[in-house]
Design a protein around this ligand. Structure first.
Ligand code: C2E
Ligand code: MG
Ligand code: MG
Ligand code: MG
Length: 288
């Protein structure tokens, strides 16, 4: 009897595995055409300066409008498809599309007279390891005419640690073009901090995992205080991710955190809505 039940469990497990594999296969095959079909789009989430509560930068976040474009189809978030792109290598082409499209968007906004706000662009591990990265960034800067100081790349600790000796070289080349680098999801990856003094990094982003329970957890407050102390002594600026409440915001400000990002201020916005924020920051500048 017990044996029979065990076998049923296996069959159930098997079926679920097959469903997951089938779903992934379907996702992967429709992803293959997504770039050519122009199904990717960029959303922009404000990063604000905690001293003034004004816009400091926009993080560029990729979305996939599966099965349609221009508002059709279903919007899929990056956690669902970036791992697949990483695995099949498509992230290199899609990542290049992200960098180019973000730079084009920035230039289009500037041509309209909107505020030139820095864009923070995510780079994945595989993209960072790809030999053509630096050349492709250089091409995009040349083709779009973007001011490199308006571009900042976000890399996770894990991505930085996978590339061995070449990492520093690539970071220096990107930095040498005038672009900035920040560490994304700080505190969730590699456990050595030695890289912070070796790499030309200006900014760290404290992961949402440490912000979420900041009000209730004295441990998380201790971690944030330690990260702030470390950042101050290494002259790094700090962005807190995933700020959702005024309470979290006040605590972070109290710890001297310079920048914050989260639903409290704004969700990731489609380009047209992000442009409206840039309009109001132009008005702010005229008023002030
Ligand atoms: P990330 O770079 O850490 O981006 C922050 C994520 O947190 C975004 O999720 C954002 O929507 C979400 N977030 C921001 N504020 C809040 C908040 O207050 N509460 C909560 N619950 N979430 C918040 P998203 O857009 O789903 O992106 C997930 C991850 O996908 C990103 O994490 C990044 O690692 C990756 N990603 C996004 N776009 C790209 C891209 O163009 N290239 C690469 N390589 N990775 C990307
Ligand atoms: Mg990021
Ligand atoms: Mg992050
Ligand atoms: Mg994160």
């Amino acid at each position: 009897h017990a044996k029979g039940a065990g076998r049923n469990n296996y069959q159930f497990f098997d079926q679920r595995m097959n469903q997951a594999a089938a779903r992934r296969f379907a996702l992967e095959s429709s992803l293959r055409g997504a770039l050519a079909n122009e199904e990717f789009e960029l959303h922009y989430q404000p990063i604000i300066d905690t001293a003034t509560r004004r816009l400091h930068a926009l993080e560029v976040l990729l979305r996939w409008r599966r099965g349609g474009r221009d508002g059709g189809g279903v919007l899929v978030g990056p956690d669902e498809f970036i791992p697949i792109l990483e695995e099949n290598g498509m992230i290199v082409a899609v990542g290049e599309w992200v960098i180019r499209s973000a730079c084009e968007q920035s230039m289009a906004w500037q041509a309209l007279g909107l505020a030139a706000v820095p864009l923070a662009i995510n780079l994945s591990a595989r993209q960072f390891m790809h030999d053509g990265l630096v050349a492709s960034i250089r091409r995009i800067v040349g083709a779009t005419g973007i001011d490199p100081s308006l571009v900042e790349f976000e890399l996770t600790e894990t991505a930085l640690m996978q590339h061995g000796g070449r990492t520093l070289d690539i970071l220096r080349q990107i930095n040498g073009m005038g672009m900035r680098l920040s560490i994304d999801d700080f505190g969730t990856g590699y456990s050595s901090l030695a890289y912070l003094k070796r790499f030309p990094v200006r900014k760290i982003k404290i992961d949402r995992a440490f912000v979420r329970e900041l009000e209730a957890s004295s441990e998380d407050r201790a971690i944030v205080a330690a990260v702030m102390a470390l950042a101050n002594s290494l002259q790094l600026s700090v962005v807190a991710e995933g700020v959702e409440t005024e309470g979290q915001y006040e605590l972070l400000r109290g710890h001297g955190c310079q920048f914050a990002q989260g639903y409290l201020f704004a969700r990731p916005l489609p380009a047209a809505e992000a442009a409206r924020l840039l309009v109001s920051s132009v008005l702010d500048a005229i008023d002030g």
